[in-house]
Design a protein around this ligand. Structure first.
Ligand code: SAM
Length: 165
């Protein structure tokens, strides 16, 4: 069940420390059709609506060669999330589980990630399908989908091998 900011039965909050360990820079803004968390998909779909990622200056030049990739990983800041829940009740059924066992937007550092399908790039605007965030969500980073890369280094002694426990 999608949440706003309520604390449900069986959930537990903590007094979260002041959020100052890392300084992030919002490098853009994501434009989507969704203005309410209740309507926003829980995970994006590659056949979902085209969304526009607006990249701010001075980062537009960093889009060079992004169009070489068919899928990009989008990292964003789920800015309306509460950040103090340690136990959550996704179904709101009186049971709860730990925040780190969930992809819920409510987390100490509310970073969302999606692998999106690249449609096109026009100047500072990157058009993609596959997002699940509210209109106006701040953009943290863009990276090529990691599965499009093969490791450069050959396997080394001590690396995990298939069949290892
Ligand atoms: N795909 C990302 C992930 O797995 O890291 C996010 C998944 S999260 C379950 C997606 C949900 O977060 C949406 O259905 C919506 O309820 C909520 N959401 C989307 N944008 C948000 C925002 N800017 N602030 C707070 N909650 C947001």
């Amino acid at each position: 069940m999608v949440r706003e900011n309520e604390v449900r039965a069986a959930e537990r909050t903590v007094a979260a420390p002041r959020a100052a360990d890392a300084g992030l820079v919002f490098i853009g803004r994501i434009h989507t059709p969704w203005t309410s968390r209740m309507e926003t998909p829980r995970q994006g779909r590659h056949d979902g609506p085209t969304c526009r990622i607006e990249v701010f200056e001075p980062w537009v030049e960093a889009l060079d060669h992004v169009a070489d990739f068919e899928r990009i990983e989008v990292l964003y800041w789920l800015h309306q999330s509460r950040r103090d829940l340690v136990m959550q009740s996704p179904a709101n059924d009186g049971t709860a589980r730990g925040t780190f066992s969930l992809r819920s937007p409510a987390r100490p550092n509310p970073i969302g990630t999606s692998i999106a399908r690249l449609i096109r790039i026009e100047g500072p605007n990157v058009f993609v399908r596959g997002l699940d965030c509210l209109d106006g969500t701040p953009l943290l980073d863009l990276k090529p989908d990691r599965t499009l890369f093969t490791p450069i280094a050959p396997p080394q002694a001590g690396d995990f091998q298939t069949g290892d426990p």
